[in-house]
Ligand binder design. Structure first.
Ligand SMILES: Cc1cc2nc3c(=O)[nH]c(=O)nc-3n(C[C@H](O)[C@H](O)[C@H](O)COP(=O)(O)OP(=O)(O)OC[C@H]3O[C@@H](n4cnc5c(N)ncnc54)[C@H](O)[C@@H]3O)c2cc1C
Length: 570
């Protein structure tokens, strides 16, 4: 009974009344990749599902990752074979079957500096890595390169001490778009997905057992509080997990330790290479990840204890990344190359009530996940990786339904392609025809196919209805105005931030963070959502304040961008 899974922001009233009146089998708290995955897992087993997210879908860690769908080469060194094995199989499933429109292979060059020792060591690791793949093999095997071969692919590398390189393959994804697409696919299976709804309490049965029977939820748009009832509550709150456990007054068998990871974004031209790169650092590794016209370079891994909602990069984080990058580059990157910086928090598992992990550095903590059911009716999960979200979702839903006392089918998500994947092979070759039919350039259609798969046609329909939406949103960027309207009508965008930070990625892809087009975004959204002139200006200002705060905290030039947009909002 799948529908098109539209998360239409204009239908929020109907959604809220559904949440307040229906009795659900499973209520998921948290709309990152884990929560979206759990909602899809449960809904595709035929259960009645609701999901509440305190801010926007993927606004936590799930929009701030390295955006790799990978086994994690470095976890082999930590003998985390199970994690690597599972992650590689998931990678292959996503690339070949579940989300080929969103998850794409990417190559990484691993430069070698110690001729005799390093090549056999890294080579053996890559043989093991490749051998853990499934039978599908949607990405090529690794290869050895000479120093000359390495410099041909990556002239940006300094030839000093370079002894050769290896090339291996993983995959990459727009993390926020992926999480959103999983949530939409859950909605296509009738899940009720609500954003800007914070779980502020957990409901407990009065019959002595104290089982959790739902959650008290605050609508952040209006302040209204209401209850959502469910047979089981599933907590997928990432670094907020301990806080949600506290709402129920329960202590789970694990705690979440936060580790901050920072990335910088630099223009593609700043690093001359036709492949991604991975280089060793003292404590871990540093990635150069190709990202459209940019490189994402990172990351750091440090304990964190500040504001979970807005972790920010410090000057020291940025300097660390620049200096680690410059150790291998012929032309050093400077602060002037950095067009954006973002920080995210890894929700790492600490079984430290027993003191087990307390003293370990965060780089050494396992990336595996843990599921717990601290009281009847409550299952919670944390840890893990974006790559393994589907397995995490399966495990936490299994734990939640174990207490139902009736037969519930097992997980089927390994056979449920995400929205936009079905029929992709037949739509891709039709790009030229679609361009003609809708009167847009072929590159625009290709851009849309790369972001929405077969759903690109829905975006094109926005253009058919209003040809002004065919225009680019921001000069020098591929996004179309139609994508703003689509974000409201199909992707649940409620504020300008949702569109500029996560539905599009202008926030990290543009040195001005998309500020000059914030007023235009607000105008397009406002027409659909019935915003007054005053409200449109307020929504634009809200985005500027966010950018100003992030830029100031990250020590970037905060002056120009917000001023520009303030002018635009007038
Ligand atoms: C720097 C960095 C790089 C990474 N790179 C990779 C990578 O390349 N590949 C990979 O596989 N993994 C990577 N990871 C790990 C991966 O990003 C995370 O494991 C994953 O995104 C966590 O998702 P989540 O849904 O558990 O948490 P989140 O995305 O944080 O989602 C939790 C959600 O719960 C919501 N919430 C909290 N409290 C409440 C409440 N009371 N009511 C309602 N909602 C609530 C929050 O608003 C949030 O949206 C990286 C992580 C970091 C930090």
């Amino acid at each position: 009974m799948a529908s098109n899974g539209a998360l239409d922001a204009r239908d929020r009233g109907a959604l809220l009344s559904r949440l307040a009146t229906e009795r659900f089998d499973v209520l998921v708290i948290g709309g990152g990749i884990t929560g979206a995955g759990a909602a899809l897992d449960a809904a595709s087993r035929g259960l009645r599902v609701a999901l509440v997210e305190a801010r926007d879908l993927a606004s936590g860690t799930s929009s701030r990752s390295s955006k790799l769908i990978h086994g994690g080469l470095r976890y082999l060194e930590q003998f985390d074979f199970k994690l690597v094995y599972e992650a590689l199989r998931e990678r292959d499933l996503l690339v070949s079957k579940l989300a080929p429109h969103l998850v794409r292979p990417v190559s990484f060059l691993y430069p070698l500096y110690k001729k005799v020792v390093e090549r056999p060591y890294v080579g053996a690791g890559l043989v093991l890595y490749d051998s853990m793949e499934g039978t599908r093999r949607p990405v090529p095997r690794h290869r050895h390169l000479s120093a000359r071969g390495a410099l041909k692919r990556a002239p940006a590398l300094s030839p000093d001490r370079l002894a050769g390189a290896m090339i291996y393959y993983d995959a990459q994804v727009d993390d926020a778009r992926y999480a959103l697409t999983v949530a939409r696919t859950a909605a296509a299976h009738r899940a009720a997905i609500g954003t800007r709804l914070t779980a502020v309490g957990l409901l407990r049965s009065a019959d002595g057992g104290g089982a959790v029977t739902g959650a008290r939820v605050r609508d952040e748009e209006t302040g209204r509080v209401f209850d959502v009832s469910a047979e089981a509550v599933v907590v997928c709150a990432g670094v907020w997990t301990d806080l949600v456990h506290e709402l129920a007054g329960v202590r789970a068998g694990y705690r979440v330790r936060m580790s901050k990871g920072v990335h910088i974004v630099v223009p593609r031209a700043a690093v001359d290479a036709n492949t991604g790169m991975i280089v060793r650092t003292e404590k871990s590794v540093l990635f150069f990840i190709p990202w459209r016209d940019y490189w994402i370079v990172g990351t750091t891994d440090t304990d964190f204890a500040g504001d979970r909602a807005e972790p920010v990069a410090t000057e020291a984080d940025i300097e660390y990344i620049l200096s680690a990058a410059n150790r291998v580059l012929a032309r050093p990157l400077t602060r002037a190359d950095v067009i954006a910086v973002y920080a995210g928090l890894r929700p790492l598992i600490d079984l430290g009530s027993s003191g087990q992990n307390g003293a370990k550095p965060t780089t050494k903590l396992s990336r595996e996940h843990v599921v717990d059911t601290p009281v009847p009716g409550l299952a919670s999960i944390a840890g893990g990786k974006f790559t393994t979200y589907r397995l995490m979702a399966r495990d936490v839903v299994d734990a939640a339904v174990a207490g139902f006392g009736r037969e519930v089918p097992g997980s089927v998500t390994d056979r449920v392609p995400l929205l936009g994947a079905d029929g992709l092979v037949a739509v891709q070759p039709a790009a030229g025809r679609l361009a003609e039919d809708y009167g847009v350039p072929r590159e625009a259609v290709e851009h849309l196919l790369g972001r929405y798969g077969t759903l690109a046609v829905e975006v094109l329909e926005e253009i058919r209805a209003d040809s002004a939406l065919a225009r680019p949103l921001a000069p020098g960027h591929p996004y179309l105005r139609a994508e703003v309207a689509y974000a409201v009508r199909y992707e649940g965008a409620l504020h300008v931030e949702d569109v500029l930070v996560r539905r599009t990625r202008l926030f990290i892809e543009s040195a001005d963070a998309g500020v000059p087009v914030a007023a235009e975004v607000s105008a397009i959204m406002g027409r659909l959502l019935g915003w007054s002139r005053r409200r449109r200006a307020a929504e634009t200002r809200r985005y500027l304040e966010l950018v100003a705060a992030e830029h100031v905290l990250a020590g970037m030039d905060a002056g120009s961008a917000p001023d520009l947009a303030l002018a635009a909002a007038r």
